[in-house]
Design a protein around this ligand. Structure first.
Ligand code: AHM
Ligand code: MG
Length: 336
């Protein structure tokens, strides 16, 4: 049943909690705390040009990338709020090398992996960026969590989602019962249900990939993109290209209107043979959302993203994600 607009995200979270007799309210509490962090980040992002929040912080992260001031602000906002929330036992962030402990005495039963501000190259130029999160149940029994609590495959996710700071701020998340989207009404500071039970269209005529890497790709990948651009009007080609350069924004677009996003293996940097995107807090949560919305997420060798068990916190993985039939078609080119 379609519900009227005006449903707050808190109402939705409580409704979904009530479907589970065993629920203790901790996941609801965790999501609520994350939403507060997201509103804080959203407010800062919206004021960025006025509040001396743009530019680099002068630091370099574990990935060897320059840390922007807003990256640092977002990381600290989530880290500090969640460390004392009482709902998680350990965290990991794109911006930090090792695991992030929680405050002593505040250990809870979940874990949190997050990319505090995805789309770093777009921060200073007013293009959509976002926060990505994934939540697992801890494996260890009590006390502070450890790295094994975090190194779990996507098929064990309890919840995942993102906030996109775009023409409006949206929260899109799933607890395994479909994907729902909420839009922030800044005048009341509340997220309202705007996109109920999102389904990604099965087919599409859009593709999103950094074609600047074309000559670093494998021949199969080049053939696939050549095919998408070949004129064959009866088959609806050429496809249209849409590449924003923020995973959150590219994924969100494809989720709503259909499309395929690829960040495949390339030979650009021998130290990064598996492309650029990180499994734990980029590919895996997006794969969870894609599948929950009826889409598909595979690597460029055809492995299901959700079945990959991470071996390190920051490992990278090639990603082919989006409309089901488009991903299947891409796989035919990539793997025969
Ligand atoms: P970031 O997490 O440091 O922002 O890097 C990840 C971003 C993704 O949002 C995006 O899909 C990708 O990098 C774009 O990379 P490229 O500039 O190589 O196309
Ligand atoms: Mg990122």
């Amino acid at each position: 049943m379609k519900r009227p607009l005006g449903i707050t995200v808190h109402r939705q979270i409580m409704d979904s909690q009530s479907l589970h007799n065993e629920a203790t309210g901790e996941l609801s509490g965790l999501l609520t705390e994350l939403i507060v962090a997201a509103k804080t980040i959203s407010a800062e992002v919206n004021m960025a040009g006025l509040a001396d929040a743009l530019g680099v912080s002068g630091k370099t992260n574990i990935q060897g990338e320059e840390v922007q001031k807003l990256d640092e602000f977002s990381n600290n906002t989530i880290k500090r709020r969640m460390a004392q929330s009482g709902y998680i036992c350990v965290m990991t962030s794109e911006e930090e090398d090792g695991i992030i402990p929680v405050q002593e005495g505040c250990e809870g039963k979940y874990t949190l992996a997050f990319d505090p501000l995805d789309g770093s190259s777009n921060i200073d130029v007013n293009v959509s960026i976002g926060t990505i999160f994934s939540i697992h149940r801890r494996i260890s029994s009590s006390g502070q969590g450890d790295i094994d609590d975090l190194l779990q495959p996507g098929n064990e996710l309890v919840a995942a989602g993102y906030m996109i700071y775009g023409s409006s701020t949206m929260l899109v998340y799933s607890t395994g019962e479909g994907v729902h989207g909420f839009t922030l009404d800044p005048s009341v500071g509340e997220f309202f249900l705007s996109h109920e039970s999102i389904r990604v269209p099965e087919e599409s005529k859009y593709f999103s990939v950094n074609e600047g890497n074309y000559n670093y790709w494998k021949p199969e990948m080049r053939s696939y993109v050549d095919y998408l651009k070949t004129i064959d009007e009866a088959s609806g080609r050429p496809y249209s290209a849409r590449y924003i350069g923020s995973l959150v924004a590219d994924f969100h677009r494809n989720l709503i209107v259909g499309g395929i996003f690829l960040y495949p293996c390339d030979s650009k940097n021998p130290e990064k043979p598996y492309g650029k995107l990180r499994l734990l807090y980029e590919a895996s949560p997006m794969a969870f959302l894609a599948e929950q919305a009826g889409g598909l997420a595979l690597t460029d060798d055809g492995t299901r993203i959700l079945d990959i068990k991470p071996t390190t916190l920051h490992e990278r993985v090639p990603l082919v994600i989006g409309s089901r039939k488009e991903v299947e078609r891409a796989e035919q080119f990539l793997n025969g």
